[in-house]
Design a protein around this ligand. Structure first.
Ligand code: TXA
Ligand code: MG
Length: 347
């Protein structure tokens, strides 16, 4: 047997035995358990420190296995699966009786996807059962985009990590509710809205408060780095960076350690600063910005900054998902430019 096959076979045995196995997907690392084994699934919540009211995504090796997890497959689901699976799209469908209630937090719907990563697919094929897997981070921490991030968060709590290097997309899948009309994006992610609409027509983006009720795990502050985080939202990068620089200066004068996470053009617009900086790459390369986002937030945390400053991007393509993650990491959003509102409270 090829060594990699041997490793996948061992990992598959672990899954079947009821162990937790972290594995790379094209989006972020997942923390997997046998989706048909309620006890194994409950251990996921324990290891992550995640409330069991937050449902998990079920991963399949093949789109033809959809019947196993969902009791009905509307035509739009099959069309999307045909076009985008394997890939970063999670579909919300009616749940089948085979999936235990622990997986879906007792909801009648199930979230399902086929991941586009050779290690994830190899594991799924080798174990022959669907794998329930949230992102492999401690609850409310930035999602893990490499094996070290998983170790940092979950060392000692899980049996095995399959190290497949950094994940190619770096941001989680798009979650699409197909039971609503028109379909609703509950979480913008690695597959842009525009690509979905090209296949099934208009979809709606859920409002943040609406997401809280329809997707129980969607706490407003979800991707919370340990440092306080302020997000400047606006249309003009220059204005956003000016505001960021002012907040940074004031905080540093007060003796705080400040980190700035921004696109390359944004960092160039800032005056030389003693703040820690994290370059997300050029604004024209949103895939790179998405890939660097969570790792960047973790790097600033390890630099022990106590304030992280970030800016929003134009809300198109991957920009929508990046803004979503940043706004849910933020303790405070400061609008700049034309939509500037009343002054926000001091830090
Ligand atoms: O890219 C991804 O989606 C990664 C990789 C590992 O596949 N997984 C991931 O899982 O991000 P997690 O658990 O971190 O996020 C899943 C999201 C949560 O916001 C959860 O509330 C929502 O999907 N979700 C899952 N099942 C649901 C359901 N039945 N109804 C509504 N929302 C659901
Ligand atoms: Mg997560």
């Amino acid at each position: 047997m090829h060594p990699e096959e041997l490793i996948l076979a061992r990992a598959a045995e672990s899954i079947v035995r009821g162990d937790l196995v972290a594995f790379p997907t094209e989006t972020v690392y997942g923390l997997g358990a046998n989706a048909l084994d309620p006890e194994a699934v409950l251990r996921i919540f324990e290891a992550k420190g995640r409330p069991s009211s937050d449902p998990l995504i079920v991963h399949l090796a093949n789109r033809d296995d959809l019947w196993l997890v969902s009791s009905a497959q509307p035509r739009t689901a099959l069309k999307l699966a045909e076009r985008f699976w394997p890939g970063p799209l999670t579909l919300l469908l009616p749940k089948s009786d085979k999936i235990p209630p622990e997986v879906t937090a007792r909801l009648q719907t199930v979230a399902v996807r086929v991941p586009a990563h050779p290690v994830a697919l190899g594991l799924l094929r080798a174990c022959g059962v669907p794998i329930a897997a949230p992102s492999a981070n401690r609850f409310a921490h930035a999602s893990p985009t490499n094996a070290q991030h998983v170790l940092d968060d979950l060392s000692g709590r899980i049996e095995l990590i399959l190290d497949g290097g950094p994940t190619p997309l770096g941001i989680e899948s798009t979650v699409l509710d197909l039971l609503s009309q028109p379909p609703v994006i509950l979480r913008p992610g690695g597959l842009p809205r525009e690509e979905i609409e090209a296949v099934i027509g208009p979809v709606r983006i859920a409002q943040p408060d609406e997401r809280l009720s329809s997707s129980p795990g969607r706490q407003a502050r979800h991707y919370a780095p340990r440092a306080q985080t302020v997000l400047c939202s606006g249309f003009e990068l220059q204005e956003q960076m000016q505001e960021l620089a002012e907040i940074a200066d004031e905080a540093m004068r007060a003796g705080r350690r400040v980190g700035v996470i921004a696109v390359s053009e944004g960092l160039r617009l800032m005056r030389p600063t003693t703040a820690e900086t994290c370059d997300l790459g050029p604004i024209s390369d949103l895939p790179q910005v998405a890939r660097r986002l969570f790792a960047g937030l973790r790097t600033l945390e390890s630099a022990h900054v106590d304030l992280i400053l970030a800016h929003t991007l134009p809300p198109e393509g991957l920009g929508l998902a990046i803004n979503d993650r940043l706004s849910r990491a933020a303790d405070r959003v400061v609008p700049v430019g034309p939509m500037k509102g009343p002054p926000s409270p001091p830090l």
